[in-house]
Write a protein that binds this ligand. Sequence first.
Ligand code: KG4
Ligand code: ZN
Length: 349
Amino acid sequence: MGYIERAKEKLDALRKRDDYYILAFESSCDETAVAVVRGREILANEINSQIEIHKRFGGVVPEIASRNHILAIDALVEEALTKANITLDDVDVLAVTYGAGLLGALLVGVSYAKALAYATDKPLVGINHIKGHVCANFLAHPDLKFPFLCLLASGGHTEILDVRSYADMRVLGQTADDAAGEAFDKVARVLGLPYPGGPQIEACAKGGKDCVKLPRPFKGEKTFDFSYSGIKTAVINYVHTCEQKGVLVNKQDVAASFQARATGMLVENAIKAARKLGEKTIAVAGGVGANGALRESIEKEGKKQGIRVLLPPKYLCTDNAAMIGEAAFFAIQEGLENAPLSLDADADL
Ligand code: KG4
Ligand code: ZN
């Protein structure tokens, strides 16, 4: 019996249990992350953020991200195992993000996990990063069950998902252009704020008023889709016009207006979709889910409509490996194929 057959047998044996150890890897962008998850419990969630390295370039430089993943990943495994108070021998299965993301960055995690899986003769599960974000909600809310609606807003994706099971997640609405987080990052750059823009815009908006006129994409239309490029362009034009007229740009007001419009669209569409489908639970996921204005507003609107809104803690909204481990738990439970050693990184998954 070869590695693949043994891995399949092991996964079949784990399927009905919830007390086994998953060692998970995430390296799709600028965070190297390793976690240990058991059932719905996080035993370790180690992250090495490269934000400080990429800050001076105003965004993530893919090649630099890959190199730093290589430097960080081995020590993080040691840290995660120590934190979880287990050894590599105790680990039952490995999980790794194989897409979507930066190709070179993904390759580091995928290659590392494949090599470790083969060397230790343990099964490996390949995880779609987006499904990982959705599954962060199971770690934060142990009573959560399928089905539910998910508002996913990150640096690469903005979607409303009808989550019926791990395997069956249907896209009800998505962005026609930029992702919400990407728009936060670009607007921050226009305002001269450092990377990553989301938390910077949020902090800057605190002293500002929602008084800059910005467009409302898809207003009054029967769609759950999003669009951010028009809002972003309107901000750029506003700032340039102020500069041409020699008027000082009130960054706080611009940030507050952009944040109100950007998060307003997310909240409106999520509530609209939940009402249309008669769905009573909205789970929030992705880095933009860490935004305080979004969290406050969707919770308030949910309450008005009798919809339960689930908000994972901020460290589970942004990239982490615990969510990848949890996604693997559901992939295993639903009997999805384990990853063969030919698993490859897929930037556009
Ligand atoms: O999910 P994530 O960590 O990585 C991706 O999968 O993309 O999301 C990162 C994005 C970045 O664009 C970042 O600016 C945004 O999430 N973000 C925020 C906040 N924290 C992170 N956006 C708005 N408000 C925040 N507090
Ligand atoms: Zn992410």
